[in-house]
Design a protein. Structure first.
Length: 263
């Protein structure tokens, strides 16, 4: 192993998600965000700052992903959407794209038994075209194995884009209009939302973005229309359980008005 390679496989994470109860914040259960979206940004820059190739930053993110899932379970979050690979990420170098495709597949394969033991329901949001067949097969297997789990739904957003999702929903809805299944006069926001990738998942309450960047980056454009945003300074490999809880605490202390006015 070269001096510019880190053996991230040797990094251990707890065999179960539950921390010492004394360190878990006592969040008011009725105020915890039901659905959290996470833009896992900064992996490549984290590696480059350490003189490593960009792919080493993605490797470093693996234990953090699992730690964040554990933190979400402990906080009482019901749905967690992870921005894993966007429709724009195909513009990266062929080497990095190949790595990300294989790594997305392999991380699900490596962690599936652990996530299943935690009661995680694995789900996927994104487009099939261009996505590696082996990635789709791994996702399909994970979804089938964990479909009855109820602790938390973890959505891997792979080959996902908010605009793509809205365009795909519009196309599917238009086909139903043409077929006479839906009347054009009956279409409203609720009707349209039924055509999203995972229509049973509620709107996003909180979007967290690591690395300090202030962009939505085409993530959950419909679902996060009224989400609170927490922009954190840490690059994703430096994020983790305590930082996730800090983001939840920030959310709980926000005044959510949804366009209205509170007295």
């Amino acid at each position: 192993m070269s001096e510019n390679t880190i053996d991230y496989q040797s990094l251990n994470i707890p065999p179960a998600p539950f921390s010492d109860p004394s360190i878990i914040p006592d969040f008011p259960k009725n105020k915890v965000p039901r659905h959290v979206g996470l833009i896992m940004d900064g992996n490549g820059r984290w590696a480059q700052k350490r003189g490593l190739v960009r792919t080493e930053g993605h490797k470093a993110a693996e234990p953090v992903v699992v730690d964040v899932i554990a933190a979400a379970i402990e906080a009482g979050v019901r749905y967690l959407s992870l921005y894993t690979f966007s429709t724009e990420n195909w513009r990266r170098s062929p080497r990095e794209v190949r790595f990300l495709m294989g790594f997305s597949r392999d991380i699900i394969h490596r962690r599936l038994q652990q996530l299943n033991e935690w009661g995680v329901r694995v789900r996927w949001s994104g487009r099939s075209p261009r996505l590696w067949r082996s990635v789709i097969e791994e996702l399909d297997h994970a979804q089938e194995l964990t479909k009855n789990n109820t602790t938390i739904d973890v959505v891997f957003c792979i080959n996902y884009g908010g605009r793509a999702e809205i365009a795909d929903a519009a196309a599917a809805l238009s086909r139903d209009v043409e077929a006479g299944v839906v009347s054009p006069d009956s279409i409203d926001e609720k009707t349209f939302a039924r055509y999203l990738y995972n229509p049973d998942i509620p709107d996003c309450d909180l979007v967290i973005r690591t690395s300090g960047e202030h962009r939505t980056s085409n993530f959950l454009l419909w679902e996060a229309a009224y989400a609170e945003y927490d922009i954190v300074p840490e690059m994703f490999p430096d994020y983790g359980r305590q930082a996730f809880w800090r983001s939840i605490d920030h959310y709980i202390n926000r005044d959510r008005r949804f366009g209205g006015v509170t007295k």
